[in-house]
Design a protein around this ligand. Structure first.
Ligand SMILES: [Zn+2]
Length: 473
């Protein structure tokens, strides 16, 4: 805690700095070098939290578009980094100092390079206007902004619950408030027009993602998962926001007379083959059941708990957030499950040797935690349940134990469920409809809606013969 206070004081001493966009002095507490350092530090945390999407071609494409826009921004000298993250979450965000992230989740819903440019341009706007830094300065009194540095490592935090659910579901990166979002849109529109993209793409993207959000709330219920929401932007302004229309119209007026680049074919070619929804390499969650093909395991979490599949751990959080259950894997366990459990729990722990669906295992009981160690496929899977108080642990104990006992080696039937889905670009033929294309789709009963959404033809558009459209296979 003391370290935090000291660094705050240093930041306060940095005082005012000139805003790159307005040219006026801002009450920001950070120099550009400090800003870049904050960005770099948090970039490492982002990469711990998310996997980088493994496609050099797609990364290069996004970086190319991003760099072109950044050159036309108010801070062309800054070194920008653009990264596609391997997550189905619908998100894009920026860190101070030029670090911009876009998820493959959001890219699935875009349909042109101009729309990609709109998302990147908006995020570049947050960087050039130094919103992260300004917000951090404003938030320092209440300590909100500073949590950005520490918040990404929930597993080191032994106190369960508090805000963890919010954090892992991305609320931390939930935008900058209405005024800053509008400013980022305005700046994004200017940068788009300077790069020969149509600034109207911003309004189009907002419309597409608004549809996605509305429909996804329904789909999430059916599929028993968390809805995928884009960041604060779309919660704070609708696509018919008059100030947004004005800002974009202004940029439009200043745009050169020559034709805008739409880049639909380029974008579709770049995203052809991209993974859609869960990436099975990281395991999938369906109806609170977790399946992992490579590890060859499955287990069922309690109903109504939120399950978050992070690269380093699987975390389930109870409905009121008062308890959590964490699962990690150890690739090289030594000794029996009971011996392993004894080392983990220490001499105060009660260890009970058990068998879980044919797998050797052990239960660990401590006054303030309950867990288990299960050996499967030469690995140890460690489950640890904790709660804010001993009472809430007692109340949740049965659910935690049930989850441990649900653990089993993946069956052949389950293995079929975890096939990765990806986007494929096809040419629509005469008479193709989304209903017909949805038949036998691995997306199941939601397929028709998904196809319309990813092709920006929701709620009732149909493909035209000869049109390049996306399907999911
Ligand atoms: Zn934003």
């Amino acid at each position: 805690m003391r370290l935090v206070i000291i660094s705050l004081v240093i930041l306060l001493l940095a005082g005012c700095a000139q805003n790159p966009v307005t040219g006026q002095n801002d009450f920001v507490m950070m120099s550009e070098n400090q800003e870049i350092a904050v960005g770099r530090q948090n970039d490492e945390q982002v990469k711990k939290q998310y996997k980088v999407y493994e496609s050099k071609a797609l990364q290069d494409y996004v970086n190319g578009v991003g760099q072109r826009i950044a050159k036309q921004s108010h801070r062309p000298g800054l070194r920008y980094h653009f990264l596609v993250l391997d997550t189905p979450e619908i998100n894009a965000f920026a860190l101070p100092g030029g670090y911009v992230y876009i998820t493959r989740g959001i890219m699935a819903y875009l349909n042109s390079e101009a729309e990609l440019a709109a998302v990147l341009g908006h995020e570049i706007g947050h960087v050039t206007a130094r919103h992260g830094v300004r917000q951090q300065s404003a938030a320092q009194a209440t300590n909100i902004g500073l949590t950005i540095a520490s918040i990404f490592v929930p597993q080191v935090n032994n106190q369960v619950g508090q805000n963890l659910a919010n954090i892992v579901s991305g609320a931390l990166l939930s935008g900058y408030g209405r005024e800053h979002e509008l400013e980022a849109d305005r700046l994004g529109a200017v940068y788009l027009s300077r790069t020969d993209y149509d600034p109207q793409a911003i309004i189009k993207v907002i419309g597409v993602l608004k549809n996605q959000e509305l429909k996804d709330a329904e789909l999430a219920k059916e599929e028993g998962r968390e809805p995928r929401r884009y960041h604060g932007l779309f919660a704070t302004h609708p696509d018919n926001d008059t100030r947004l229309q004005q800002a974009v119209g202004e940029a439009d007026k200043n745009a050169a007379a020559h034709a805008h680049v739409e880049g639909r074919n380029e974008f579709l070619a770049a995203t052809d083959g991209m993974v859609f929804n869960d990436n099975s390499e990281q395991g999938v969650v369906r109806n609170n059941r977790f399946y992992h093909g490579e590890l060859g395991i499955s287990l069922q979490f309690p109903e109504a708990w939120q399950v978050h599949n992070l690269p380093t751990a699987l975390i389930a959080i109870s409905p009121q957030g008062e308890a959590k259950l964490l699962m990690k894997a150890d690739e090289k366990p030594s000794g029996s499950p009971s011996e392993y459990a004894r080392r983990l729990g220490g001499y105060n722990a009660q260890i009970k040797q058990i068998e879980v669906n044919g797998l050797s295992a052990a239960l660990i009981d401590l006054p303030d935690s309950v867990g288990g160690v299960i050996y499967a496929n030469k690995q140890a899977f460690i489950l640890q349940g904790q709660a804010k108080t001993r009472q809430s642990l007692a109340a949740r104990r049965n659910e935690i134990i049930d989850t441990i006992y649900s653990f089993h080696a993946l069956t052949a039937e389950e293995r079929k469920l975890i096939r990765p889905l990806s986007i494929h670009v096809i040419t629509a033929r005469q008479g193709d409809t989304y209903a017909r294309l949805a038949q036998n789709s691995p997306l199941g009963k939601s397929a028709e809606s998904y196809l319309r959404l990813i092709n920006a033809q929701y709620p009732d558009g149909e493909p035209q013969a000869g049109q390049r459209i996306k399907i999911v296979e």
